[in-house]
Design a protein around this ligand. Structure first.
Ligand SMILES: NC(=O)c1ccc[n+]([C@@H]2O[C@H](COP(=O)([O-])OP(=O)(O)OC[C@H]3O[C@@H](n4cnc5c(N)ncnc54)[C@H](O)[C@@H]3O)[C@@H](O)[C@H]2O)c1
Length: 364
C-alpha cells in the first residue's frame, strides 16, 4: 500500500499547522486525500506559507494555544482522529534565550497537554511527537547521534526538546505502554528527531534560508553569523515523508513506537557557507559577508545517525544537499518573481512524491 492509499480518508490531527513544516505537511496530506484538522496559533510571519497555500480552506483550522488544555482536549475529542502529529512549538534557539520560560511551557507543558488529550481519545492509534536533532547532549564531535544517545540541550530550546523526549518516554512507559496496547489504551506513541529543514515558505527570524531570501529580495547582502557551523540540512519534505511512513508502519506495528532520527545522508552534512554559496548560484547573483556573533552559544556540529530508520523502516533520503538547496532557492525566486506559488509548491510536492515512490518502491 502506498502512503497515498494509506492516508486517503484518514483523520489527521496536526498541531502547528500554521507554521513552516505544518503547512507543508497539511498540503501533502490534503493532497493525498486525508481529512486534516489543525490546531495552532495564528500565522506569525508575513508572508505566511499557510496563507499562501490557502490552507485555511483546505483544512479544519482551530486557532488556539496548546497551553489551553481544555480547549485542546475538546478539539481532539470532538474530531476523533486516527493519527496525531505534534509539531506546535517555539522552535527558535535565539528566541529561547529571550523567552526561556515561555519556550519550556509551550514545548514541554504543551506537549503534556496534547498527550493528556490523546489519553482521553480512544480513536487515536498513532501519536507522533516531533522534537529535534538538538534534543541530544551535543558533544560537538563528528560522531553522529543515535536514538540511544543521551538527551541534553545547552540552550533553553534544545533543553526543552530534550525534556519533550523524556516526557514522551515517560508517557510511553506509564500510559501508552506497548504491553497494554489494545487493553488499557489504543495508542502507539513515537518521537522523531529531524535535522535543519529547508524549503520554500519559511519566514522565521534567525534562520539562514529565510535570512537569504529576505536579503536577496531587497538586493541586500546576506549576513552570516556562523559560516563554518555544520548542519544536517534536508529538504522539508524528507522528514515529513519519514513521519508519514512511520505513522503508516506504526498503524500495523505498534512496537515501532520508539524514537527515530530522520536526517540526511552523512555527505549532506555541510556548512552554512556551502548552503549560502549554492543558494546564491541558484538565485543567479547576490553576495554575503560574515559578522561573527559570539554572544549566544549555538551548536556548531550536529550529525544524526539514520541507520535505524534506514534498516527498520526502509526509509531513505530522496534529495541530496544540492537538490534540497536548489529546490529551496527556486521556491523563493518564483515567489519573488510573482509566480502562482501554490501551484509551484504543489508541483514540488508532486515531483518529490514521484522520486520518493521510485526510491522507496519496496517499502510501500
Ligand atoms: N524548522 C526546522 O529546521 C526544525 C528542525 C528540527 C525540528 N523542528 C521542529 O519541527 C516543529 C515545527 O517547526 P517549524 O519550523 O514548522 O516551526 P514554525 O515556527 O514555523 O511553526 C510552529 C508552529 O507551532 C505553533 N505554535 C507555537 N506555539 C504555540 C502554542 N503555544 N500553541 C499552539 N500552537 C503553537 C505555531 O502557531 C506554528 O503553527 C517544531 O516542533 C520544531 O521544533 C524544526
Amino acid at each position: 500500500m502506498t502512503l497515498e492509499q494509506f492516508y486517503k480518508g484518514k483523520k489527521i490531527f496536526l498541531t502547528g499547522h500554521t507554521g513552516f513544516k505544518g503547512s507543508w505537511l497539511s498540503a501533502v496530506l490534503t493532497d493525498m486525500g486525508a481529512e486534516v484538522k489543525g490546531y495552532a496559533l495564528a500565522p506569525n510571519t508575513n508572508p505566511s506559507l499557510y496563507e499562501l497555500l490557502g490552507l485555511e480552506k483546505a483544512t479544519q483550522s482551530v486557532i488556539g494555544n496548546i497551553l489551553d488544555a481544555d480547549k485542546l482536549k475538546k478539539e481532539v475529542l470532538s474530531f476523533k482522529p486516527d493519527i496525531v502529529f505534534h509539531l506546535a512549538a517555539q522552535p527558535l534557539v535565539r528566541l529561547s534565550y529571550k523567552e526561556p520560560v515561555e519556550t519550556i511551557q509551550t514545548n514541554v507543558i504543551g506537549t503534556a497537554n496534547l498527550f493528556e488529550a490523546v489519553r482521553q481519545t480512544p480513536s487515536v492509534k498513532v501519536l507522533i511527537n516531533i522534537t529535534s536533532d538538538k534534543c541530544y547532549e551535543n558533544k560537538e564531535t563528528d560522531i553522529p547521534y543515535k536514538e540511544t544517545s543521551p538527551m541534553g540541550g545547552y540552550d533553553p530550546y534544545s533543553a526543552s526538546k530534550g525534556m519533550a523526549e523524556l516526557l514522551t518516554s515517560c508517557y510511553r512507559n506509564s500510559f501508552f505502554n506497548i504491553k497494554e496496547y489494545g487493553k488499557s489504551h489504543n495508542t502507539a506513541l513515537a518521537s522523531c528527531r529531524a535535522g535543519n529543514v529547508i524549503g520554500g515558505g519559511d519566514y522565521a527570524l534567525d534562520r539562514i534560508v529565510p535570512d537569504c531570501a529576505r536579503a536577496l529580495s531587497k538586493g541586500e547582502q546576506i549576513v552570516l553569523r556562523n559560516p563554518l557551523a555544520t548542519r544536517p540540512w534536508q529538504h522539508v519534505l524528507e522528514p515529513l515523508f519519514g513521519y508519514m511512513l512511520l505513522g503508516k508502519k506504526m498503524w500495523d506495528n505498534p512496537s515501532l513506537a520508539q524514537g527515530w532520527n530522520f536526517g540526511p545522508n552523512p555527505s549532506d552534512v555541510r556548512t552554512v557557507e556551502d548552503l549560502v554559496k549554492l543558494f546564491l548560484k541558484t538565485w543567479g547573483g547576490g553576495s554575503y559577508r560574515v559578522e561573527p556573533c559570539a554572544k549566544l552559544h549555538e551548536a556548531k556540529l550536529l550529525h544524526l545517525d539514520i541507520e535505524k530508520a534506514f534498516k527498520l523502516l526502509n526509509w531513505r533520503p530522496v534529495y541530496d544537499f544540492d537538490k534540497a538547496v536548489k529546490e529551496t532557492a527556486l521556491w523563493y525566486k518564483n515567489f519573488y518573481e510573482g509566480a502562482d506559488i501554490k501551484a509551484f509548491t504543489l508541483k514540488q510536492i508532486s515531483e518529490y512524491r514521484e522520486n520518493y515512490g521510485k526510491l522507496n518502491k519496496e517499502i510501500d
